[in-house]
Design a protein around this ligand. Structure first.
Ligand code: AMP
Ligand code: ZN
Ligand code: ZN
Length: 329
């Protein structure tokens, strides 16, 4: 006869087993457990201050949906304000479905939403830009997303950008950068990065201590809208992907090893080389660059014959004005 597994805290039916914490949790206690982890990260790593305006990047996936739902709960207690940003990359059905999930979620959490549509702003979607430049879709996507996140935060004058990276994502990136000996990149993978005045807004990662599995359980338990589908361009043979699989095997043998790496990394993050001294201002759009032009202006100059940073910034400003009325910029 099969026995029902019971919650370690209340004896109700458990829906999750958390091996490294030796806990079995029911729906309610699983939700509280993940919410407490995010709250603890906000305090432990000093991620937000009272009165801050936080731009939350939501893709419609499980992680950033967990992020928005929990930040929205915590924003009252810690007195910060949220605006959500969704970037429509133009990856056909996938982008349409993820946008629908985001729209539902912002309705439920009463969060203002800015939608930046890449095709509308630049005339070309991300896959079309990739085709024009003969670059991999994921590399073009990274450049476009990073630019839009930063430009929106600058135009909106938010204090920080919240990203949905979970613990598994971060550890896999760290190991990848370690294998490639890009130590300067590791320094950017802690719980937060600082703002560089006028050029780049800092980022926070409130899911720094949340395992990927926990964020999936959270969206399911809390009935948070999200899109379970993977982006059609994700490559299962990439180094990050394989590292994640191997790290899960390691975690099975040594429960908690990922968490302990993340915590130690956070303590050591300042010991990694800082890349800021090489940074300058893009000659076309004025945002952060490592040479004459920023990555987006370089990419669009190559693809379309013109650096599109300035136009994209105007498009974003108009979207903000539509949502909040004219700002005194
Ligand atoms: P990725 O770059 O896909 O690993 O995603 C990292 C984080 O960037 C996510 O957790 C989100 O916070 C944000 N993000 C990714 N895609 C989008 C998108 N289409 N719109 C807004 N934010 C996004
Ligand atoms: Zn319980
Ligand atoms: Zn530029």
């Amino acid at each position: 006869m099969s026995q029902v597994v019971k919650c370690s805290l209340c004896g109700e039916k458990a829906i999750a087993i958390i091996p490294y914490a030796r806990l079995k949790l029911c729906k309610k206690h699983l939700m509280e457990y993940v919410e407490r982890k995010v709250e603890r990260a906000l305090k432990r790593y000093k991620l937000v201050n009272k009165g801050w305006h936080v731009l939350v990047a939501v893709s419609g996936g499980k992680d950033s949906s967990t992020l928005l739902r929990i930040l929205s709960k915590l924003s009252k207690k810690y007195m910060f304000k949220l605006t959500a940003l969704y970037i429509d990359l133009g990856i056909r059905v996938y982008s349409d479905k993820s946008k629908q999930a985001v729209v539902k979620l912002v309705e439920q959490t009463s969060t203002p939403l800015i939608v930046v549509n890449v095709k509308e702003a630049l005339g070309y979607s991300v896959p079309e830009l990739a085709w024009k430049t003969r670059r991999p879709v994921c590399s073009v996507c990274g450049v476009v997303k990073r630019y839009i996140l930063n430009a929106t935060a600058i135009e909106l004058r938010t204090h920080t950008i919240a990203l949905g990276h979970n613990l598994d994502d971060l550890i896999a990136y760290v190991l990848k950068e370690f294998i490639n000996q890009n130590l300067g990149q590791i320094g950017k993978l802690g719980p937060k990065t600082e703002t560089i005045d006028g050029l780049a807004i800092g980022r926070i990662r409130p899911l720094y201590e949340v395992y990927e599995r926990e964020s999936l359980l959270y969206v399911l338990a809390s009935k948070t809208p999200f899109l379970p589908d993977e982006c059609p361009h994700v490559r299962r043979d990439s180094l990050e992907f394989v590292l994640k699989e191997q790290l899960n095997k390691l975690e099975e043998k040594f429960p908690g090893i990922k968490m302990s790496l993340a915590r130690r990394l956070a303590l050591n993050i300042d010991k990694y080389p800082q890349l800021q001294q090489e940074l300058s201002k893009c000659k076309a759009c004025g945002l952060i660059a490592s040479g004459q032009l920023c990555s987006l202006c370089k990419l669009t100059k190559q693809a379309l014959g013109e650096p599109m940073g300035p136009k994209l910034r105007v498009y974003i400003r108009e979207k903000i004005n539509e949502l909040f009325g004219k700002q005194d910029n």
